[in-house]
Design a protein around this ligand. Structure first.
Ligand code: HEC
Length: 423
């Protein structure tokens, strides 16, 4: 008897250790499906919801589907979806998919993990107010204590200068849900010594992540940083918020006022985009992307990056130059007032103030709701669903503490999303 117990204890320790190690990597569901079992509507609905929220196949016999079925049969739909939301695959697959679209230049749902994606996954796992995704001074990385096999962890050489640290997530099949840890205080490469890291100045959530800067601060004139911030965080492609009635006070001198010798063309087309976009791009005055050593985000508060005032010879008659990082949002008039629903200041200084303006707008909530719908329902919300998006965005803003998981819970249960609705 004692011997048997001892055996169990030893096996338990071994298995315990093994499952601890396995915990941070993916593991399949294991149960044997009874093919003669009757599939009730609740079972089918439970499985549909689980798959929509986790992106993973699952058999009916799985304990999670059993629990969800019981909740659905008891009229407790929210409790049912919470079973799926507690699943690591909700974070590792679905939140990752949503974040990939937001964090990449091509809006691709499948891409290698980077610091921007990891920060979305970690912050949503930790229930952090979604506005802090744009304004917070924190980031997420692999916790070596949870994943000792992940050894590429040097801040300068594996994190700030290349993607090696985050590539380990796929290479070692790590579960982000289990291994990500929050780090307070963003870091950047010291602009005066490329082998050194210093505390980031003017940190602004994922906008100052390496991945975001790599996608949008490379080459160009830092206009794309504004264009893409509006496209990804406010779901507003620039053509939709262009406004040629605004003054061109801040339009860069590299933008000719006589394209093809036609001043009217400038007034009708160029100015429409450039008047509002250029009124804000100065917040990135100190930002650049350095292509050396794998590429890193560079921020130098003592310098206006030369590309901000490039090709001034296009408009020799003008004197305007960018001299600092103050901004004055010109996308506030006419249709743009209702589109964005700005709340709070639309002028300010620096990236964090700019990011705060975006995060506090009504449109930020509507846009996140749209991203959630697309991620869980597998398609963009049709125009006739605008009212639903508006309603859930308002609740997200006013009742649900800006917790993205609650949006997923509520949207997944919509009949428009995963089938027959309020079971
Ligand atoms: C639909 C909006 C839109 C219109 C209209 C538009 N632009 Fe732009 N422009 C942009 C965006 C966005 C960028 C930044 C592109 C990037 O960096 O990828 C840009 C960048 C530029 C640049 C900097 C190019 C560089 O090398 O980075 C110049 C110069 C410019 N535009 C001039 C013009 C002129 C002249 C017109 C009118 C003939 C015009 N633009 C019309 C949106 C627009």
């Amino acid at each position: 008897m004692n011997k048997v117990y001892l055996l169990f204890a030893v096996a338990g320790v071994l298995l315990g250790q093994q499952s601890w190690a396995a915990e941070v990597t993916k593991k399949p569901s294991s149960c044997v499906e009874n093919l003669n079992q009757e599939i009730t509507p609740q079972m089918k609905r439970a499985r549909d919801l689980y798959i929509a929220l986790t992106g993973s196949p699952i058999p009916f016999c799985d304990e999670r589907i059993e629990r969800m079925t019981i909740y659905l049969a008891a009229g407790r739909a929210r409790d049912a979806v919470r079973v799926a939301i507690a699943d690591p695959d909700f974070y590792n697959i679905k939140i990752r998919e949503m974040a990939s679209r937001i964090c990449t230049f091509e809006n691709s749902p499948r891409t290698s993990v980077n610091d921007c994606i990891a920060t979305y996954v970690g912050a949503i796992r930790d229930g952090i107010d979604a506005r802090q995704l744009l304004t917070g001074n924190f980031w997420y990385r692999i916790d070596e204590k949870k994943a000792p096999q992940a050894t590429a962890s040097n801040l300068v050489n594996n994190i700030l200068k290349n993607g090696n640290h985050y590539n380990q997530i796929d290479d070692l099949e790590l579960s982000m849900f289990h291994v990500l840890k929050r780090v307070d205080g963003q870091m950047i490469i010291d602009p005066t010594n490329n082998n050194n890291a210093i505390a980031a100045q003017d940190p602004a959530g994922v906008i100052t992540s390496r991945a975001w800067m790599m996608a949008h601060a490379i080459a160009g004139t830092n206009r794309r940083l504004v264009e893409k911030s509006f496209e990804q965080f406010l779901c507003s492609p620039i053509r939709e918020w262009a406004d040629n009635t605004m003054p061109d006070t801040y339009v860069g001198r590299d933008v000719t006022r006589t394209p093809g010798d036609d001043p009217n063309k400038y007034l009708v087309t160029c100015k429409g985009c450039h008047a509002p976009m250029d009124s804000m791009r100065s917040v990135f005055a100190h930002v650049d992307w350095n292509e050396n050593n794998g590429g890193f985000y560079r921020y130098n508060p003592t310098q206006v990056t030369p590309k901000m005032n490039r090709n001034t010879n296009e408009t020799p008659q003008l004197t305007y130059l960018i001299s600092g990082d103050t901004f004055d949002n010109y996308a506030t008039q006419g249709a743009n007032a209702a589109r964005f629903g700005w709340r709070g200041p639309t002028q300010g200084e620096g990236m964090k103030a700019f990011a705060g303006m975006l995060a506090n707008s009504e449109q930020y909530n509507r846009c996140l709701t749209t991203h959630v719908f697309r991620t869980v329902c597998g398609r963009k919300p049709e125009a006739e669903l605008k009212q639903i998006i508006d309603t859930y965005a308002r609740d997200f803003d006013q009742k649900d503490n800006h917790d993205v998981r609650v949006l997923f819970e509520r949207i997944a249960l919509r009949p428009e999303c995963t089938g027959d609705g309020n079971q």
